[in-house]
Design a protein around this ligand. Structure first.
Ligand SMILES: [Zn+2]
Length: 402
């Protein structure tokens, strides 16, 4: 990967790739963790409003200009970043980038667009989350475990209802500028081709330095129950903080160990006992400088007790039973398969470049680096890393929310 600098001062992360498509992402280092409780949901609301039109284009023209060249465009809000992306045929990449830069820098934030269209849309989105049992349990668990410094990405009904267009505009002014903004590009382009067009259209301004708050909390291990009338399924989820792996090797080792746990839970609860339809374990890596282990499953109300016992027992038995050499080697192969799939897929590379940049690992292609590390990791080192990070404090199986 290449780290380039545009005339406007923009940092451009570029991955040359032989493909007929070009993918372009603006990354803004602002997300739900940067919002005060009064600003809950502003990042997500802005994600909607950036599409609301510029001096040159209405919201409809932005859509049409991309649609007429068959481009795919979208935006996402995370806890630590907000992204705006477009992927298009290579022959249309310059015009496509011009629309993206125009939309991103020149948005006009029409008041009626917010009040009449996007605000009600965001409120519906929040309500849809409140209707979703799995989401409600997960969000309650995060808030209980992490405390008040945590809130959901989608926003709060009260803060969104009372947010004015001026509130959103000043939030945009504060964060969408300076070092807080990056451009990430993947495609069959030369550096020269890319930077010529970036220098023509990028309008980054630097108003002031943005300082990100430190995200600190004391983890609360209390059990949580959320009751919901009329639900068909009981959802079970556990959350546990994990020591952050300090090196890239241990990070990969831990990911493999968690993949083993995921497979083991599925085999124990579903394949052997038929208690559930699905069961999985994953690392929740969304908050900066924090990692959590998430395990979840769901079952019929009538089988809740039995499933809860089996879930707990499986978590406890995992260190002894779940980390066989055979399972670890199989998981390594399936990770290599997934990595090569991602390496060849333009949609996934912006995220990988961003992560590599954040971790100051820009010396080589992130996928090549991952495959090389996979190759070098022994069964024993994966086992040790997994036990050390997940089980070192004998925490696994302690916390079950339902
Ligand atoms: Zn949304």
């Amino acid at each position: 990967m290449k780290v380039l600098k545009g005339k406007s001062g923009i940092t451009v992360l570029f991955r040359p790739m032989k493909t007929g498509l070009v993918d372009m992402h603006y990354y803004v280092k602002v997300g739900a963790i940067d919002e005060s409780s009064a600003e809950w949901g502003y990042c997500h609301a802005l994600e909607h409003m950036v599409f609301a039109g510029t001096e040159k284009r209405t919201w409809l023209q932005i859509n049409r200009d991309w649609e007429k060249i068959g481009a795919y465009y979208n935006a996402h809000t995370h806890h630590d970043r907000t992204t705006y992306d477009v992927t298009c045929l290579k022959k249309h990449w310059q015009e496509s980038y011009e629309v993206l830069a125009d939309m991103f820098y020149n948005c006009q934030f029409p008041k009626d667009r917010w009040e009449d269209v996007e605000k009600p849309a965001v409120i519906s989105e929040i309500e849809a989350d409140l209707d979703d049992q799995g989401t409600v349990l997960a969000e309650t668990l995060y808030r209980t475990g992490i405390g008040d410094s945590y809130h959901s990405i989608v926003g709060g009904l009260d803060t969104i209802r009372s947010a004015t267009i001026d509130d959103l505009t000043s939030f945009y002014q504060e964060y969408y500028q300076g070092d807080n903004v990056y451009l990430v590009v993947t495609g069959d382009l030369t550096e020269k081709q890319l930077m010529r067009v970036v220098n023509r259209y990028d309008r980054l301004q630097t108003r002031k330095q943005v300082k990100r708050k430190q995200f600190n909390f004391k983890f609360n291990y209390g059990p949580v129950t959320v009751e919901s009338k009329g639900a068909q399924q009981a959802y079970l989820q556990t959350l546990m903080p994990v020591d952050i792996p300090r090196t890239y090797r241990t990070r990969v080792g831990l990911c493999l160990g968690v993949a083993c746990l995921s497979q083991y839970l599925f085999e124990e609860l579903r394949e052997k006992r038929g208690l559930v339809y699905g069961a999985s374990a994953s690392l929740y890596w969304e908050l900066p400088d924090q990692v959590f282990l998430n395990c979840k499953t769901a079952t019929e109300m009538g089988r809740l007790d039995k499933t809860q016992r089996a879930f707990r027992a499986a978590l406890n038995r995992f260190p002894e039973e779940g980390l066989s050499a055979e399972r670890i080697n199989n998981i390594k192969r399936s990770e290599a398969f997934a990595t090569i799939g991602e390496q060849e897929n333009i949609d996934t590379s912006a995220g990988a470049l961003w992560e590599a940049y954040e971790e100051e690992q820009t010396d080589m292609d992130p996928y090549k680096k991952h495959l090389r590390t996979l190759d070098r990791l022994s069964v024993e080192s994966i086992r040790t890393t997994t036990r050390l990070h997940l089980l070192g404090k004998d925490k696994l199986g302690k916390l079950v929310g339902s």
